[in-house]
Write a protein that binds this ligand. Sequence first.
Ligand SMILES: Nc1ncnc2c1ncn2[C@@H]1O[C@H](COP(=O)(O)OP(=O)(O)OP(=O)(O)O)[C@@H](O)[C@H]1O
Length: 371
Amino acid sequence: MGIEVTVQGLTKSFGKKNIWQDLSLTLPAGEVSVMLGPSGTGKTVFLKSLIGLVRPERGSVLVDGVDMVRSRERDVYEARKKFGLMFQDGALFGSMNLFDNIAFPLREHTKKKETEIRRVVMERLEMVGLAGDEDKLPGEISGGMRKRAGLARALVLDPQIILCDEPDSGLDPVRTAFTSQLLIDLNAQIDATMLIVTHNLDIAATVPDNMGMLFRRNLVTFGPREVLLTSEEPVIAQFLSGSRTGPIGMSEEKDAATLAREADGQAAGPLHAVPREVVPQLEPTPGLPERQAVRRRRERVLGMLDQLPPAARRAVEASLPQNMPPLPQRTSLARRGRPGEEPQAAGVDPNAATASVDISRPGPSGSRERP
Ligand SMILES: Nc1ncnc2c1ncn2[C@@H]1O[C@H](COP(=O)(O)OP(=O)(O)OP(=O)(O)O)[C@@H](O)[C@H]1O
């Protein structure tokens, strides 16, 4: 089974430029999580920080007892073997055929014999739907196939944590849908902890168990998918609807004057007033094992139900199987459910794998200024 990744108070700057600050979240073991965020908000830097390729100046990333930020290089190197990485372009060697590309980590990091290497490589090629293509060069296949080959290579060392950086970039909608299914099927088969960075709204809506979003150098929220998918936070509502109206501009953040003009033009009602539907999550292809993460997540989320905003709570309840016994009445649930009451944001609670900050409040660094 996958292992938990616990991020606490992570802050990264390059020179004087702060990328993000004080990020805290837990990637629950074996579950699929997605990190959203406008371009340039530091999602790739975040992925690289998890595996110790980028060293943040503050905070910790705990993986099986190893802090990927502060531990000795030797320990970080060992812990990195628990990860499988899928980069945007597949990151394949152009002069090697797919077989040799996928075999590369096994030849580099293990003492396996060639017969065993062949068995593992062919099994992984089969998993990503590339059986029969092993003799092709990366230049002879489509972008989608290159991504799947990159995923196969990420899988050969039996990773417990898989990080995928924009698995959909450059793919058409149909291939993106196949990629979504592939990621869910993969989770069903190997039960690894997965974190996917994407801009794709279909992947965001249908694949993850948990979702987070980076904006203005902060983690706007991280928690069960229902929290983000029902959120009324303007930046989340704008991102999920792909609208030009809202705090996100062409150069990531709009200035105060632009936002004021938009607010004037929104007399008919703000963009985020429309409630969004939470579409069902994808299920593994028939014939594959059930995702073990589903049951674990259900228990975890039910345990934190009364910490969730009402819309998210309703979405969780609506997603429960029909044959489940009724939930016990919760006093706090009844208190929050009164008509006319404002929804409450989930508080920072890394143990419950939920975190949120109010990005509209001024922060100590001045980065949370009201636009
Ligand atoms: N090694 C580096 N040195 C200096 N700045 C860097 C370095 N790596 C990344 N950055 C900067 O960090 C910021 C965040 O980059 P990152 O690639 O993580 O964004 P992103 O959210 O993944 O963007 P996109 O969605 O467009 O891929 C950018 O301004 C980038 O220029």
